[in-house]
Design a protein around this ligand. Structure first.
Ligand code: SF4
Ligand code: SF4
Length: 177
């Protein structure tokens, strides 16, 4: 699954130009508290050799980080210490700033990420329209990823949490729109 997802997301980008030009790629740079990083999806670690000189790896405990019980005990958190080779970036980077959301009626939406971030994303803050092929590709990826019960559990949990904590979602895509 991951080789296919990496392949179809290799060339698609949120904008026609590099959105990093809007913010000096702030989402790729360490924040003052060095909290910025990415949790890999279950099994995604196999897409990496572990020897990448642009990455620092940490093994975290699923329960301590409040991931669903269906996830493996050990989850992988990576931080970038320099620019990545584009073709190697993890899925979370390829999808940003879109996040999947499942409604109580079981409908998949793509929304602007609602996680509290230690930076301002110009795409989110200025509601800059994203390329349609980017949106459609991310939606297709999530259709596939959600066949993995562990990711479904995580996205369900995140979605129910948003029901409580986020009144207004910025919906970017929904089926049959
Ligand atoms: S995704 Fe947002 S924060 Fe990251 S480089 Fe693009 S505009 Fe900047
Ligand atoms: S993997 Fe690449 S795109 Fe993702 S945060 Fe690191 S440098 Fe940025």
């Amino acid at each position: 699954m991951y080789p296919y997802l990496y392949k179809i997301t290799a060339q698609v980008t949120p904008l026609k130009y590099d959105c990093g030009l809007l913010c000096s790629s702030i989402c790729c740079r360490p924040d003052p508290n060095d909290t910025l990083g990415i949790y890999l999806y279950p099994g995604e670690e196999k897409m990496f050799s572990g020897q990448e000189d642009w990455l620092v790896w940490e093994e975290h405990n699923r329960d301590e980080q409040f991931f669903p019980p269906s996830w493996p005990n050990t989850i992988y958190f990576i931080q970038c210490i320099k620019s990545c080779p584009r073709e190697s970036r993890p899925l979370a980077c390829r999808f940003f700033p879109l996040a999947p959301h499942i409604t109580p009626q079981n409908e998949l939406l793509l929304i602007h990420e609602t996680l509290a971030l230690p930076y301002d994303c110009a795409l989110i803050n200025n509601r800059i329209p994203l390329q349609q092929n980017f949106i459609e590709t991310v939606a297709h990826c999530w259709d596939i990823l959600l066949s993995d019960y562990r990711l479904l559990d995580l996205i369900e949990e995140d979605s129910r949490d948003r029901d409580v904590h986020h009144e207004k979602l910025e919906v970017i895509w929904q089926k049959n729109q």
